[in-house]
Write a protein that binds this ligand. Structure first.
Ligand SMILES: [Zn+2]
Length: 417
């Protein structure tokens, strides 16, 4: 039954009817009128001399919370084909983001184009929830429902799990039923092509299908959308970028260095496509993350896209608040650390927060008061995270815990009830 379902899904997703987002449907006349409206607003804005927004210099770090919305009744994580995807699958996606938005050398996100930009934006799983509690930046919510619609269910999904959009980038991973790969909400900003006001906070994030989230692992192991670029594309929208073809024939994405295109690349290939929008033939930038190309074709954000994103981060009130707030949520750990999160009560209330400067291996060893080993677990290629005592096979009582990672060893005492 499961196998049949997943084969059907793959066929649907990989047909050209699959779309990365539901936002490419703005009527062109609407876009034009908004364009004029925005121009007037920007002119007024500049004339009134109120353009005092500070340019965000340097690297901006954005805290992310990944909400896994699953129908795995047992609660088990990472089962074959399960919507309750593994931590490792989530980590692989965070790595893709940091390669693509940083144009990282030696990764699929690198390009050597003159107009290819390092957006200087990084993403990290939040280490604190909105109440200040230590967190892995991942939530898991069971819901007895097979799939969700990006047209009618986003509010419901947000009601299941949501963190303040003024502080975090909310990313929901769920089953979108096969027609859409993902959905990203635009910011509001006084700039061409965007609404003036921010959207409702509860759904101001990104919704991604669990079969295209992450890179070549778990439920995203196969196919042309299995390299994690759906989220790169949707975050592009969330930062104010528009499709390279401007959502109409030879439309405008308000970036000069992305060639005008007659239409999207909705093929399953990376071969060249040409347009005649300006009287001469030009090559579509099918490598741009804001096209609909298969994941493996993509490796470019341009300098103008970077300028647009950095402007949006100033002009969108909510994005600006998020960037300012994130300075208080930044990972401050230059060296690894182990913290015991201990609330008096049951074993379920005790957890270990492991703080790491980057993705790396670590292990937790447990000993009783006589120094006898009573538990051990290795974690491969992890970012900072929280491990609950209840998820470890360890006895109750006074224990010694030792965390080891890359030559660092930290020992603490913990009472496990
Ligand atoms: Zn899109």
């Amino acid at each position: 039954m499961k196998l049949i379902n997943s084969i059907f899904f793959i066929l649907v997703v990989f047909s050209s009817s699959a779309q990365r987002c539901g936002l490419g449907v703005i009527a062109s006349d609407e876009l034009k009128s908004r364009h004029l409206q925005m121009q007037r607003i920007i002119e007024n804005y500049e004339q009134e001399g109120v353009k005092n927004a500070r340019v965000q210099e340097g690297i901006i770090k954005i805290p992310v919370v990944v909400h896994v919305i699953h129908d795995e009744f047992s609660g088990e994580i990472g089962n074959n084909g399960s919507t309750n995807i593994s931590d490792q699958q989530i980590f692989s996606q965070i790595k893709v983001l940091n390669e693509d938005f940083r144009k990282a050398v030696g990764t699929p996100g690198f390009n050597n184009l003159e107009e290819g930009a390092d957006l200087e934006i990084e993403f990290f799983l939040a280490q604190e929830d909105e109440f200040g509690n230590p967190s892995s930046g991942i939530t898991r919510t069971y819901q007895n429902r097979p799939s969700y619609s990006i047209f009618s269910d986003l509010g419901f999904v947000s009601s299941l799990s949501y963190w303040d959009a003024n502080k975090y980038l909310n990313i929901w991973v769920l089953n979108l039923g096969g027609l859409y790969l993902g959905y990203g909400e635009f910011p509001g900003a006084a700039i061409d092509g965007l609404e003036l006001n921010d959207p409702p906070a509860a759904t101001d994030g990104i919704f991604v299908d669990y079969q295209v989230f992450g890179r070549r692992t778990g439920t995203a192991s196969n196919g042309i959308y299995s390299y994690g670029r759906t989220l790169t594309h949707e975050i592009g929208h969330w930062l104010g970028l528009i499709h390279t073809w401007g959502d109409e024939r030879c439309g405008d994405d308000f970036c000069e260095d992305t060639p005008q295109a007659e239409r999207e690349n909705d093929s399953e290939r990376c071969r060249e496509i040409f347009s005649r929008c300006t009287g001469t033939v030009s090559r579509n930038m099918i490598e741009n993350y804001m096209d609909y190309s298969p994941d493996s074709c993509m490796n470019v954000f341009t300098e103008d896209q970077k300028a647009r994103v950095r402007t949006v981060l100033e002009l969108s009130p909510r994005r600006r608040r998020l960037v300012l707030n994130s300075q208080f949520l930044l990972p401050s750990n230059d060296v690894a650390d182990l913290r015991i999160i201990s609330n008096p009560g049951t074993k379920n209330d005790i957890a270990f927060q492991i703080l790491l400067p980057k993705f790396q291996d670590f292990s937790l060893s447990f000993y009783d008061v006589l120094g006898r080993p009573v538990g051990y677990r290795e974690f491969k290629d992890y970012p900072s995270t929280v491990v609950r005592a209840a998820d470890l096979d360890i006895p109750t009582g006074m224990l010694i815990v030792r965390m080891q990672t890359e030559g660092i060893s930290i020992v603490k005492r913990v009472m496990v009830f």
